[in-house]
Design a protein around this ligand. Structure first.
Ligand SMILES: [Zn+2]
Length: 262
């Protein structure tokens, strides 16, 4: 016997936004009306949400494999030292993070995976220099365990929003550059030592949407590696910032020529 085609509609909906409850993009998207049963004295921390995502099993994520999104949202090096006020500040970085927050409002659910990459230097050799050329050598930045290596608070807000509105998404965090320069997120590994490419394939990702800094360095390298690895790539040009405007424009042309949608 064939299974009945019209299955009863599933009602085990997860708490979260419905099409009619899109947060007002003019307001603070984090001000989601709280479910009284979930009211606490504080907003859930990102760590709380992160842990709950990590403990969700695959069956929780996949209700209908045909409907499952296969796109990862990739946040490149949105770290304090690369942002205004940091040791290697990129002009426009914070504006890019705010644009990401607005982009995610109402759209976070289209992504099955959220990726962050971080520069995480311990002893990166000549990548750090007291007399940097800002092409191959740089001021000391993103030292492992120091505040400069943490994700900037404006991007943390965007990531918190993502976690609250799409708690089923898989989170992949990679660090890179411990003992050498590492511009591409694909040089990074998770805490468990899994490469970014392997982690994305394990999550059945086929398409990456990339944001972050810097356009002419780590965004460029990450996008070009992603294309080489066989992923489709979209770069959100309003959510990136370059160290140098001319090099940034050239990098965008290079990414487009290599097959990225920019
Ligand atoms: Zn670096």
């Amino acid at each position: 016997m064939n299974e009945q085609e019209n299955q009863p509609e599933r009602l085990d909906l997860q708490p979260g936004p419905t099409p009619g409850s899109r947060p007002d993009p003019q307001g603070d998207p984090l001000q989601i009306p709280a479910d009284p049963s979930q009211m606490t004295s504080r907003r859930p921390s990102f760590a709380d949400t992160y842990r709950s995502v990590q403990t969700a099993n695959e069956e929780d994520v996949v209700e209908d494999p045909e409907e499952r999104p296969t796109t990862a949202f990739v946040v490149v090096d949105a770290q304090n030292d690369f942002s205004e006020g940091g040791s290697l500040a990129v002009d426009g970085a914070i504006a890019a993070y705010r644009a990401t927050h607005m982009h995610l409002a109402g759209r976070a659910g289209k992504y099955s995976v959220l990726v962050t990459t971080r520069d995480n230097h311990i002893d990166p050799g000549s990548h750090w220099s007291d007399e940097p050329d800002y092409v191959d050598s740089w001021p000391r930045h993103c030292a492992a365990g120091e505040p400069g290596s943490e994700i900037h608070p404006e991007m943390v807000r965007a990531l918190d929003y993502f976690a609250l509105t799409n708690p089923q998404a898989v989170r992949i965090d990679v660090t890179k550059g411990e003992f050498e320069a590492a511009y591409s997120g694909f040089e990074g590994k998770t805490e468990a030592g899994v490469s970014l490419a392997d982690a994305l394939r394990a999550a059945e990702v086929t398409h990456l949407e990339v944001v972050g800094v810097a356009t002419d360095h780590c965004v460029r390298a990450t996008v070009l590696d992603a294309l080489r690895e066989g992923f489709e790539v979209t770069v959100h040009v309003n959510q990136i910032a370059a160290v140098d405007a001319d090099r940034g424009a050239a990098a965008l042309r290079e990414m487009a020529d290599a097959g990225a949608e920019v």
